[in-house]
Design a protein around this ligand. Sequence first.
Ligand SMILES: [Zn+2]
Ligand SMILES: [Zn+2]
Length: 624
Amino acid sequence: MINSCPPHCGTPTYLSDTYCPICGDTLDEKRALNNVQDLYPDAFNRLKAHYPNAQLITGQITKTHFYKRTKHTKNNTNSCALWFLTVESTDGIQYRFNVDAENKILVNLKVGDVITFAEPYAVKVPMARDNNTPDAITNDILLDAVVLHTGEGQFLQHVGIHQPINPIEKIITYYFFALLFAVILGGFITLAPHGLNFFKGNFWISVLLIGAPALYFCHRKHREFSQVFEDEKRVYQSFLDILPLMQGVSLTDLGYHQKVRPKGNDDILCDYCDHRLSTQAHYCPHCGKSQHNNETDVDTVIVDAMVASHDGELGAESALMTAPSGENVVTTENIVMAHAATATLAVEPSVTVKPRRNVMDVIHAKMAEFRYDHEDKIIYRHALVPNEELKVTAWCYMARVIEREASVDINRTSVTTTTTRTDRYGDKDTSISTHHTRDVSFNSKLLMRTELGHEFELWLPEKMRSYTDVGDILMVEGVKLEDKSGKSHYYNPHYLNMTKKRYNREGSNLGSYRNKPILPQLIQLSLALICLWGFIEIEPQMLAIFHQWAWSSALINHLGYTIFTALLTFVPYMLFCIVIKWLDSRSRDWYKNEAIRIYQPVWALRDKALDDIDELHDLFTKLN
Ligand SMILES: [Zn+2]
Ligand SMILES: [Zn+2]
């Protein structure tokens, strides 16, 4: 067993360290993580003897993706919940595979968890799929045995995919068919009209004569199958023997407790490489630079003092030059005193120890840059009715996932369909079929904390749920609109996962709010009715009036009485409708612009977050 990380200068060192944090020396001892294979080489060799391609890998989860896989058959639709994991082994090799997520413990798997998995057979060829999309499932390997190593102990999940199958059912089938064969053949030759005379009337004797060799054959098969089963069981036992060993290995045995230093809330950032360090560290374990900024600062202070004293000297000298001779005689002592005085004056303000940058402060300050909370009013201008004043609140902020409570819900439903068909003779044929559906859904409740220490619960849209981990920092933005009646409307809570560099584009927009007052619609309807009434009732009088003039008289003769009256009554109505429509679309445009005005600062912050996403991602990953 390799001692993963010996202490240096009496302080623990970690695998991620290159330099001793106390003396600054390079740590060149052989340091590595252990894995179950190294810890139990004999058991692994026994497994290899039976399964030459067997794998026993220990590693840390670097990526999780939750998804469901659905299988359709004629009468069933079955979905199961799976994790598609990317695991980096202790040797730095990346493995990708699926783990059953319907287990209460495994559903809470997260990035950083350490697992060991055992596979008796070689991992098959990956599925041909696009590897570039972030959620691509590149293979369908379901692991047979997985152990999750936690600080509180180990959890084993053994699916038993490769478990040898007991041949008893197969043997029973053999016996059954042998008997059936004997009875049928026996019956056939006994009853056959031109059969063998010897067998005539001796049904049981013929069954016995034919059955005996068949039974012997079955017995032989029975022994053969049982032997194979026993052999398979013995071979599989070498795999089963590994499982308790895997389960007995703790995080400490593996050396993962020494992989990275446990984080402290007062950790600081290295001034040279931005690596996260303990306040106790004299040297950065990552770049090896001294963290006592006095050492570098003292030099500049001395230089400052020298420059200052030089200035002082010049000043004193010029005073001496300008001093009228004989009166105030300036002695050398005075010059020295003046020199000392100016020097101290100049040095004092520059002896400021550069403040150490606390990691949490730096991250919180960054998160605070994206905080926006603004209350405003929007006037919704209406045609014909008074304008509407809407109270609008827009916000955005960043928050960190500090806990995730995940579970999988399983829903089973069956639908029974009865189909009745009538054939051409009028007979009814009824068939009943039942379709069973098993569906799964992933629930995860997140506990979030903002830089101000405010905690709240959050339920993300389904797509984001599947990849948001504990420790991720999300940017949340949203808008609330309160209408005249005091009813609140919420629009597009948008989320940006800064740690995963992924953005959720779902959600509705504030601009989609619409309130159509009833009054203009009523006026429109009444006007339509009035016009209709006018058309029917006043046609003769109208015609009498319009016949007075030659032009209108000619128009009436040209169009005919009915069309002329229809035009006369419906044209004003149409004009009214067009005006109303135009006013309405104008007020909508105006409202939409107002909505954009409200969103602008939030969008500006979102753009800023997207522009700086790499930098923010690097800073925020220091948290985990
Ligand atoms: Zn040291
Ligand atoms: Zn450094």
